[in-house]
Write a protein that binds this ligand. Structure first.
Ligand code: PEP
Ligand code: MG
Length: 546
């Protein structure tokens, strides 16, 4: 049910992905599951509550079947297995009986019964000695969430206008606390209209995902959940970071041109001579779009997103299949596979790492790989096996100095020593200030460098890339920052090594232009921005020295 018709309200947030859309909201709110207040039902309500629970169990089962089929189709049968296991859990008669007993015996509402029983199981699984079973604890949490979602859809008044989850966000603006990789698995990403999130800055990983999907997105609107109902009409202006609740017809009319432009499919634009535009991807499936956009390679494959999307560590074979498929799709064009950059704001709960007070400065990227060589070893083998399909560039994330790069590269070499020699280049992300200040030494050692402006800016200016409260202070035109970029370009020139920029700012045409003027001739940007960047660069006057 949509809320009563109200007058237009304009909210100002942070622009995340350009474009404009008008559509109904679909609320995705995991948080509500943690904020359930205990409901005690009366004797007369008990049977109704049990019926609600049973309907929710059936609906969650149907939903899991759908996800299993889709994941099997889009990602492969191994990835779909997890949803088969979750379905078995949902249908486990023992589990159902315990929930019913909680409703009958303790007069708990169906939601509370689900919470109490599932939390009990989860806690018991988390302390088991067997690692495999311990990992199943996160499945229990996931099943709990699904049951609670299904229950929300059976409660009168809270129903979405579509089916549960508004049919996975189809033709809707998804409103969520934060956009996560696992949320994108839940949604029908091909038919989403927009994203509005409470948290996340313009270079946050959520923003990167939104840009990969190419739909208008605005972040930094805390509390938006409590202001609207599922089905509330929204106008999202991702160009200016504004969201209109209950937009008036004259407001919609004012955006007519942008609405039409955003709805049109992205067209490929011919490569610009002398300036290579490659694509950043988070999952292998995006490579097909990169080809359609005529991207001159994959400049950054953020392999950790595959782990984040499935919520677990991928096996060597699973990784190999992805890398081989990517190289095949790119058919000889350059492919830069970045080693796992987990940790920090890319959490990996399944790795069972200690809690950190300051994760951005903790076990992340290169440091995490050094701590968990098993992860690096598995990935190295998968990459080396795939490299028979085509040449690969392997990029090391969050490198701070030569010693660290050497150590990880040696681990890589050791892991693949028994495999046939393959054409693999080894390069570094230049995204930590220490690495950029010492770019000469690093580039002497490495085969190439790639500047990660998202983290570089964050660490140079001590500003959280994920925090919408400081998004306004993210002044990417700051001269100190450009001086540092210029110094890195000069170092690459001195060392005669290729250099690219793969941070988000390369996808903003005005910055891409400035980069070209600085002597950078390769950038890698969100797939859907390849054309946007080329369009601007094609008509701008090339630099004198170009
Ligand atoms: C960067 O930091 O600029 C980068 C490209 O890496 P990520 O955004 O994945 O941290
Ligand atoms: Mg980075």
């Amino acid at each position: 049910m949509s809320g009563p018709i109200e007058d237009e309200i304009r909210l100002q947030g942070v622009p995340i992905c350009p474009g404009v859309c008008v559509a109904k909201a679909c609320l995705f709110n995991d948080a509500r599951h943690n904020q359930l207040t205990p409901v005690v039902v009366t004797e007369q309500e008990v049977e109704g509550e049990i019926e609600r629970l049973q309907r929710a169990i059936a609906a969650a089962g149907v939903c899991l079947d759908e996800i299993r089929d889709r994941v099997a189709r889009e990602m492969g049968p191994a990835e779909a297995e997890i949803f088969v296991a979750q379905k078995m859990m949902v249908n486990d008669p023992g589990l159902g009986a315990r929930m019913i007993a909680a409703i009958r015996g303790e007069k708990a509402g169906a939601e509370m019964a689900v919470m109490t029983v599932m939390d009990g199981y989860e806690t018991r699984f988390r302390v088991l000695d067997n690692e495999y079973l311990r990992e199943r604890a996160s499945d229990i949490g996931e099943v709990k969430r699904r049951l609670l979602d299904a229950l929300a859809a059976t409660r009168p008044g809270l129903r979405c206008e579509g089916a549960a989850h508004c049919e996975r966000g189809r033709e809707r603006v998804v409103v969520a606390a934060e956009l996560t990789a696992s949320l994108t698995v839940d949604l029908d990403t091909d038919r989403l209209r927009g994203f509005v999130t409470e948290h996340g800055g313009a270079t946050s990983h959520a923003a990167i995902l939104a840009r990969a999907l190419g739909i208008p997105a605005v972040s930094g609107l805390p509390g938006i959940h409590s202001r609207i109902a599922c089905g509330t009409e929204l106008l999202v202006n991702g160009d200016a970071g504004e969201v209109f609740l209950w937009p008036r017809p004259e407001t919609v009319a004012r955006f007519q041109r942008q609405l039409a432009a955003s709805a049109a499919p992205v067209e490929a634009v011919e490569p610009v001579p002398g300036f290579r535009v490659m694509a950043n991807i988070s999952i292998v499936a995006e490579a097909a779009l990169a080809r359609r956009m005529q991207a001159e390679g994959i400049g950054l494959y953020r392999t950790e997103f595959e782990f984040m999307a499935l919520g677990r560590v991928l096996t060597e074979d699973e990784q190999y299949q992805r890398y081989a498929a990517l190289l095949k799709t790119m058919d000889g064009r350059p492919v830069y596979v970045r080693l796992l950059d987990l940790g920090g704001d890319k959490p990996a709960p399944y790795l069972d790492l200690p809690a950190e007070a300051n994760p951005a400065l903790g076990l992340r990227g290169a440091r995490l790989l050094a701590r968990r060589p098993d992860l690096l070893r598995t990935q190295a083998r998968a990459i080396a096996r795939a490299a028979v399909v085509g040449p690969v560039h392997v990029t090391y994330p969050m490198i701070v100095d030569v010693a660290q790069f050497r150590a990880l590269r040696a681990l890589f070499a050791e892991a693949v020593a028994d495999l046939p020699a393959a054409d693999i280049r080894h390069g570094v992300m230049l995204e930590v200030p220490a690495a950029c200040l010492n770019a000469d030494a690093l580039l002497r050692e490495a085969d190439y460098g790639s500047i990660g402006t998202n983290d570089l800016y964050q660490y140079v200016f001590a500003i959280d890339r994920n925090n919408e409260l400081v998004a306004g202070d993210f002044r990417l035109d700051h001269p100190v920052f450009w001086d540092l970029l210029a110094a890195v370009v000069a170092a690459a020139g001195r060392q005669g090594k290729p250099l690219s920029v793969c941070g988000e700012m390369a996808g903003w045409p005005e910055y891409a232009l400035r980069m070209r003027a600085l002597g950078i001739s390769t950038v890698s940007v969100s797939t859907r921005l390849v054309s946007v960047v080329r369009r601007t660069l094609a008509v701008a006057k090339p630099p004198e020295n170009g």
